[in-house]
Design a protein around this ligand. Structure first.
Ligand SMILES: [Zn+2]
Length: 249
C-alpha cells in the first residue's frame, strides 16, 4: 500500500498491518456513529455513551474487515498460495497473495470466502442483537447494558451485510469482479482476456460510483459523496492497472 504502518501483529500465522490511513476511517466511523446512528436509535442516552458506543462500533467494523480478509487468506493458504500479509487501510482491507490463483476454481473459492465470512458475521450479529435485546427485556441488566449493546450488534449486522453485498458487485478488483473473472477464465480459457473484460466492468462500475458520489456532493452530502468518489477512483486505478498487466496481443 506504500503507506506508513501504524501497528503490526500476527494472527493465525498471518502478518496483519494497520496502515496509518486507517485512523481516518476509524475516526469517521466513530464520529458518524456517535453523532447520527446512536443518537437516533438511543435518544435517551448521554452524548458520552454515544461516543463510547461509536468507538465500540468502529472496533467491531475493524474486526469485521479483518475477518473478511482472513477468509480470503485461509482459503488461499489452503491452496498453497503464500500470503505476504493483510493490510487494513483507508478503503478497507487487502490480503496480499504471493501469486494469483492457478485455476478458475481456486480464484472463485478465494474470492467468495471474504463475502461469505461477512455474510455469516452479519447473521451472527443479527442473532446476538436479538439475544441481548430479549435478555434485557426479560431480566434487565444491572446497568441496562443490553439495549446499547443490541444497538451496536444491529449496526454490525447491517455493516457486514453491506460489506458482503458491495464486495459481490461484479466489478474487478472487488471480490465479485474476481468471481466474474473466474467464470470468464473458465469459459474463455484465457486468463489475460478474462482479466481485461473483468477490468472493463470494474472501470464501468467505478464511473457509475463516481457519478453517484458527485450527485451526493451536489445534494450536500459532502462526506459520503467524497467517500464514494475516492473509492471509485481507487477501484478505477486498480482495474486499469490489472488490465495493463495483460495487454491485448
Ligand atoms: Zn474481499
Amino acid at each position: 500500500m506504500g503507506g506508513n504502518t501504524l501497528l503490526e501483529f500476527r494472527m493465525l500465522g498471518f502478518d496483519i498491518k494497520l496502515d496509518t490511513s486507517w485512523l481516518l476511517i476509524a475516526a469517521l466511523i466513530t464520529w458518524s456513529l456517535a453523532t447520527r446512528w446512536f443518537p437516533s436509535v438511543l435518544p435517551d442516552y448521554s452524548q458520552m455513551s454515544h461516543w463510547l458506543l461509536g468507538a465500540l462500533g468502529a472496533l467491531g467494523f475493524f474486526t469485521s474487515i479483518l475477518l473478511h480478509e482472513m477468509g480470503h487468506s485461509v482459503v488461499a493458504r489452503n491452496y498453497g498460495i503464500p500470503i505476504r500479509g493483510i493490510t487494513l487501510f483507508i478503503f478497507g482491507g487487502v490480503a496480499e497473495l504471493d501469486h494469483n490463483p492457478q485455476t478458475p476454481k481456486q480464484e472463485f473459492m478465494v474470492a467468495a470466502a471474504g463475502p461469505l465470512v461477512s455474510f455469516l458475521l452479519g447473521l451472527l450479529f443479527f442473532g446476538l442483537g436479538g439475544m441481548v435485546q430479549s435478555a434485557e427485556l426479560s431480566a434487565p441488566f444491572a446497568a441496562h447494558a443490553g439495549i446499547p449493546l443490541a444497538a451496536v450488534f444491529r449496526y454490525l449486522f447491517i455493516i457486514n451485510i453491506i460489506l458482503a453485498i458491495f464486495n459481490l458487485v461484479p466489478a474487478f478488483p472487488l471480490d465479485g469482479g474476481r468471481i466474474f473473472r473466474a467464470f470468464l477464465w473458465k469459459g474463455l480459457k484465457d486468463y489475460g482476456k478474462a482479466t481485461r473484460w473483468a477490468a472493463k466492468t470494474g472501470m464501468f462500475f467505478a464511473y457509475a460510483l463516481m457519478a453517484w458520489g458527485a450527485w451526493d456532493i451536489f445534494l450536500g452530502n459532502y462526506i459520503s459523496g467524497l467517500w464514494s468518489f475516492f473509492i471509485a477512483m481507487f477501484l478505477h486505478n486498480a482495474a486499469k492497472a490489472s488490465a495493463r498487466h495483460y495487454p491485448k496481443k
